[in-house]
Design a protein around this ligand. Sequence first.
Ligand code: THU
Length: 135
Amino acid sequence: MTDKELYREAVKAMENAYTPFSHFNVGAAILTEDGEVFTGCNIENSSLGATICAERTACVKAVSNGKRKFQKIAVVCHEGAVTPCGICRQFLYEFAPKLPVITGPDEDHLMEYKLNELLLDGFRLGDEGAVLGVE
Ligand code: THU
């Protein structure tokens, strides 16, 4: 799957965003190690704190389907490029500290970040406590 194709999946997922409060629509598509794609959108809630972002929606769909190894994630918002919020950075870091994050204003102008650059010295627990740095 190419970056463009993954980005297109994120764009498609954005159509289902439920955003009556912010009207800020986001879509995400996460590619598993074995080539499966799980998509997500942001889903807001009257109790604003219960809102879930597109990236976490995609990730929880993957993990709850038994997939924990990821190659890449694409993220897009209705304005174009967007990078994951702090909570999503931490959430994704659990499974893939060096995850490439693709975004862009459109499919012909994609940018790639690495999760461990977006979340410097991220926190993760291993068998013997905090894991410092990325392996
Ligand atoms: N949002 C995401 O879905 N992903 C991000 O990376 C940024 C924020 C959502 C949460 C909320 O529904 C809306 O965007 C405005 O913050």
